[in-house]
Design a protein around this ligand. Structure first.
Ligand SMILES: Nc1ncnc2c1ncn2[C@@H]1O[C@H](COP(=O)(O)OP(=O)(O)O)[C@@H](O)[C@H]1O
Ligand SMILES: [Mg+2]
Length: 259
């Protein structure tokens, strides 16, 4: 089967004063349709750059990034993006924020309302649909941002450290909710995190990146069944995979040396 998302020899450089800085060097990676892939790696290894290219916010210097075989040519409603900072409009309610993207996509009012209700329900915010963002906790704001992405019903979800700013309990709740939603309405997910446990708990494959230049260091299969449960999180197999990923992230050989 052809991949949903494909990076082919992707390089990203930024011009510096007297030189060029290579943020990403020769990344090739395929992500299957409806696959859940997590990306981990040290700060500055190009994780956000990679995701932004699929989102159509950053162009590769060379190489190609394709979705369904077509080169990405800018943002589109087929790809929903969720960042760590929940960029909600403060003057709109939860429902207003969730409907906003649908309005842009010219979805008629009744349909907009229906899809927003469904998405708000999915993330567990039904009781807060009329609340303004300033009255919500960080976790609830992030649920709202997730609902806004879900409502547009994108085939691809691009999540850049979406739970990074949340407390541990809220984080676990949102992880479970994301997996619930993903098993009900499967989409292709590219999920960036610096939390190794989170990556292994959520993903079917974990891509470990290395820095200077940013590149794919290892890809580790997470051979654990869905639905993922507390039992799985506490299993020895989970611990084994987590340790494997951890070792790859924190004991990377410098570029060029034998790994
Ligand atoms: N617009 C830019 N101009 C110059 N350098 C940039 C720019 N955007 C990102 N970088 C650099 O590219 C590297 C990768 O950045 P990023 O993708 O944000 O890394 P990560 O998300 O893994 O922390 C970093 O060293 C960063 O400083
Ligand atoms: Mg980043």
């Amino acid at each position: 089967m052809s991949p949903k998302i494909s990076f082919r020899d992707v390089v990203k450089t930024y011009p510096m004063k007297n030189t060029t800085f290579t943020a990403l060097g020769q990344v090739s990676l395929d992500i299957g349709d409806r696959e859940f892939v997590a990306v981990v790696g040290p700060s500055g290894c190009g994780k956000s750059t990679l995701l932004s290219m699929v989102a159509g916010l950053v162009e590769p210097t060379s190489g190609t990034v394709t979705v369904d075989g077509a080169p990405v040519a800018g943002p589109g409603p087929d790809r929903g993006v969720i960042f760590q900072q929940y960029a909600l409009f403060p003057w709109l309610t939860v429902r207003g924020n969730v409907e906003f993207g649908l309005k842009l996509a010219h979805v008629p009012a009744a349909e907009r309302r229906r899809r927003a209700e469904h998405a708000i329900e999915l993330v567990g915010l039904a009781d807060f649909a009329d609340a303004l963002p300033k009255t919500l906790s960080g976790g609830m704001k992030q649920r709202c941002a997730i609902a806004r992405a879900y409502a547009v019903d994108p085939e691809v979800l691009l999540m850049d450290e979406p739970f990074g700013a949340l407390d541990a309990l809220t984080r676990v709740q949102l992880q479970d909710q994301l997996l619930d939603t993903w098993t009900q309405e499967r989409r292709t997910v590219l999920f960036i995190t610096h939390d190794v446990d989170e990556a292994v708990y959520l993903a079917g494959r974990v891509v470990v990146m290395a820095a200077r230049p940013g590149r794919v260091h290892r890809i580790i299969d997470v051979d654990l069944p869905y639905p993922r449960t507390e039992e799985i999180r506490l299993s020895t197999e989970f611990a084994r995979i987590r340790n494997d990923v951890w070792t790859q992230v924190y004991h990377q050989s410098p570029a060029g040396s034998a790994a």
